[in-house]
Design a protein around this ligand. Structure first.
Ligand code: FAD
Length: 429
């Protein structure tokens, strides 16, 4: 397949938070200096962070959390290809794809001048022994709806565990300031525990005392900082939740237990799990990848050996924890870099390093939420926690603004959230 190539060709792989965000930022900063093509296997954006909230509030996330991607891209003159990406040839600067609107299409090769790898990660539930028969999750609409069916129809009131499997983070190219995380993203297990506890109480099926939150690490959500987690655990403990740390990983689950790799086990009728977040198999072994398959970049999200290769979002090795909010920060950096290369932005404005910050707003059920803003994991000193109605309202409002603006969150969106929550609400740390 060939297209007219008068302008530099930018190909963005993946069209969820990082892919859409990067494509929009490149267009915003580089204007019409390049052609942009975005490739994803699905034609919608999946608003993953609000899936569990929707499910616990009785809505089907496949109805409420899917945003049309093609329309959003067309607004910015970004071409969309719906296809399975099967191969990336770094030396030849090509991507192999199999269009998947209808089965039976052959493989095509697309050339690029710049490639942005925003393919996220594979949530490896299939690596957990027993998950298919006995596991539950909330990371997509199918899983969340399946969990709600189980809770409403089959749950008998027994013990519940919520937690993460061990994350295998690559070490090749890892900068010294970035710690090795034992779990990929632990806002979700905290959020799910709190909102599930509320749902059980509301539906007379138990409550927080039935739930044990577990982590492979010394401290759950360690990227939020010790003070934040200490305050969160205190609040959760006072509600009745149980907590187990340092389980190392999940060995297997059965009908009524979870076994951990450290030798311990817990009784568990319901197991709501987050797995290892693995890079996609075809990225492993590339010259731009670390030993597990995440893409190595510098702080401008550019591969040091292949300056035409960028990565952002969960696919980037630097993105730890794997948080949409971090991907959002990285998209801006990618847009500036490409605009600078194409002569559309001054070096001073283009050469802006990524400044990592953890920002996470989670649902607690009952119209309340928690807000975390932290840099301590990366060596900074911010550790802010707020809990109450305002974080919940902001979680809902962020999704509304995102959908209405087709992914273009106004530049004041995140700063105003930070300011209002941190200035108007009492701190919990
Ligand atoms: C339950 C849960 C709750 C979360 N809550 C929060 C939260 O509150 N706040 C927060 O900031 N983060 C949250 N996260 C993390 C957040 O969802 C991710 O960090 C974010 O989705 C990463 O965005 P991404 O675009 O990098 O990757 P993804 O969202 O994984 O998107 C990758 C895209 O690439 C496409 N793709 C992948 N492989 C191929 C292929 N071979 N061919 C074609 N297309 C392909 C996929 O279809 C997808 O559209 C949560 C995650 C989970 C699981």
């Amino acid at each position: 397949m060939d297209t007219s190539k008068n302008k530099p060709q930018v190909v963005v792989l993946g069209g969820n938070f990082a892919g859409l965000g990067a494509a929009q930022k490149i267009r915003e900063y580089a204007g019409d200096a390049c052609d942009i093509t975005l490739i994803d296997r699905k034609a919608y954006l999946d608003f993953i962070p609000n899936i569990s909230l929707e499910a616990f509030e009785g809505r089907d996330p496949s109805v409420t959390m899917h945003m049309d991607l093609v329309d959003a891209l067309a607004k910015d003159d970004i071409r969309f290809m719906q296809a399975e990406i099967t191969e990336l040839d770094i030396d030849a600067k090509t991507v192999s794809i199999i269009p998947n609107e209808r089965p039976g299409a052959p493989k095509y090769t697309i050339s690029y001048d710049y490639v942005v790898i925003a393919l996220g990660a594979r949530l490896a539930y299939d690596d957990i022994e027993g998950f298919a028969e006995y596991g539950h999750a909330v990371s997509d609409a199918f899983q969340a709806n399946r969990l709600m069916d189980y809770l409403k129809n089959d749950y008998k009131g027994g013990p519940i565990v919520v937690g993460s499997d061990r994350f295998e983070q690559g070490q090749k190219g890892r900068p010294d300031w970035l710690p090795t995380a034992l779990a990929a993203c632990e806002g979700p297990p905290v959020e799910v525990s709190l909102s599930l506890g509320h749902w059980l109480s509301e539906n007379n099926k138990g409550g927080p005392k039935d739930i044990t939150i577990f982590t492979p690490a010394e401290l759950i959500a360690e990227d939020a900082g010790e003070k934040v987690v200490g305050a969160l655990l205190e609040a959760a403990g006072s509600m009745g939740f149980n907590y187990v740390n340092k389980v190392e990983g999940i060995k297997r689950i059965t009908a009524d237990t979870i076994e951990f790799t450290d030798g311990r086990s817990l009784p568990a009728e319901l197991k709501v799990l987050l797995p290892n977040w693995k890079p996609h198999a075809f990225l492993k072994g590339l010259s731009v990848s670390d030993e597990v398959g995440f893409i190595i970049t510098d702080m401008r999200m550019r591969n040091p050996d292949h300056p035409e290769v960028f990565a952002c979002g969960d696919a980037a090795a630097l993105t730890v924890p794997k948080l949409g909010a971090i991907g959002h920060q990285e998209c801006d950096v990618v847009g500036r870099q490409i605009a600078g290369d194409l002569g559309k932005m001054s070096k001073k404005d283009a050469d802006v390093d990524w400044h990592p910050e953890v920002i996470c707003i989670g649902d607690m059920g009952g119209g309340k939420g928690f807000y975390i803003h932290a840099t301590s994991f990366f060596g900074g000193d911010i550790q802010e926690l707020r809990m109450g109605k305002m974080p919940y309202m902001q979680k809902i409002a962020y999704k509304e603004i995102f959908f209405r603006n087709k992914g273009r969150v106004p530049s004041w969106g995140v700063p105003i959230s930070e300011w209002s929550l941190e200035s108007l609400m009492p701190g919990k740390t």
